[in-house]
Every structure is written in structure tokens, then in C-alpha cells.
Design a protein around this ligand. Sequence first.
Ligand code: RP5
Length: 163
Amino acid sequence: MSTPIVSIIMGSDSDLPIMKEAADILTKFDVPYEVNIVSAHRTPERMFEFAKNAADRGIKIIIAGAGGAAHLPGMVASITPLPVIGVPVKSSNSIDGWDSILSILQMPNGIPVATVALNAAKNAGILAASMLGSFDLNIRQKVAAYKQELKEIVLAKAEALNL
Ligand code: RP5
């Protein structure tokens, strides 16, 4: 596989069933990615090393998912100059998901995290591909084709209603 340009990280392997959706859509777009577990609370030194080195390793965008007191995306964003897309995960320690959403969304001025909806790892992958597509025609065409697919699905459903 080619050198990864998107890094998908998550606080725990329990986030994987959700975060896998980011990997799956990046596979569809032929965007090389890596997947790893990096916990802000349980492995803070590992998180620091990851965030410090990601850009030098050739990573362009980080997708970070976490649940509950979801500090991973924001802390990684505070260390790396790369764009960070945050995925709030409704995890076993999450009250109702709002804790994860607000922990990732409500960043202080200066340290943004592009936060997608609860469990919306697929959208995080699409957003990452769209951002890369601004500079890579091949990826842009794949994202455009995907949107065309979505459009055709809706049009087919609308037509089916007009029997
Ligand atoms: C967060 O705590 C992780 O991102 C995960 O969503 C949640 C629960 O982790 P586990 O106890 O399942 O490992 O840090």
C-alpha cells in the first residue's frame, strides 16, 4: 500500500466499529490511510509523539474519534499544524453522546477541530477526501463521482414515488 496521507486514530478499540466507516470510504476513494489507537488519557506520551510527528511522516489530515470525555481530537489539534477532523463517538462511557460532541466541538479560539455528527466517521472520511481533492484531481473526481451516485439514488427514489 502507498504511504498513508490520512491518519485515522481513536481512543480505544471499542471505537473501531464506528471509525472503520472512515477507513471504508477512504478505501473507496483510493486514499491511502493508516489506522491506530492513541488514547489521550491512557497513553498521553504516545498521543504527543503521534501528533508531533504526523506531518513529518507525510500525513496530510488526521481523523480522530473518541467518546465520553473525548479529548483526543482537541489535544492532537493543539500539537499538530495539520487539519484535524473530530468524530464524536457514542461509547460505553458516553451519557448520550452529547458529552463526546461538546468535548470535540467546543474548542477554544485558535485550535479548531472540524467536528462531524455523532458517530459520523463516514462523513469524516468524505470530508478528508474532499479536502485532499482541492489539490489532487484524481481524488476530486472520485468524490464528485460519489456525489453523483448519491444524486442518482435520490432521483431513482423520487421517480419510484411517481408511479
Ligand atoms: C474513550 O473512552 C474512547 O475513545 C472510547 O470511546 C471510550 C471508552 O473506551 P473503552 O473503555 O471502551 O476502552 O477514551
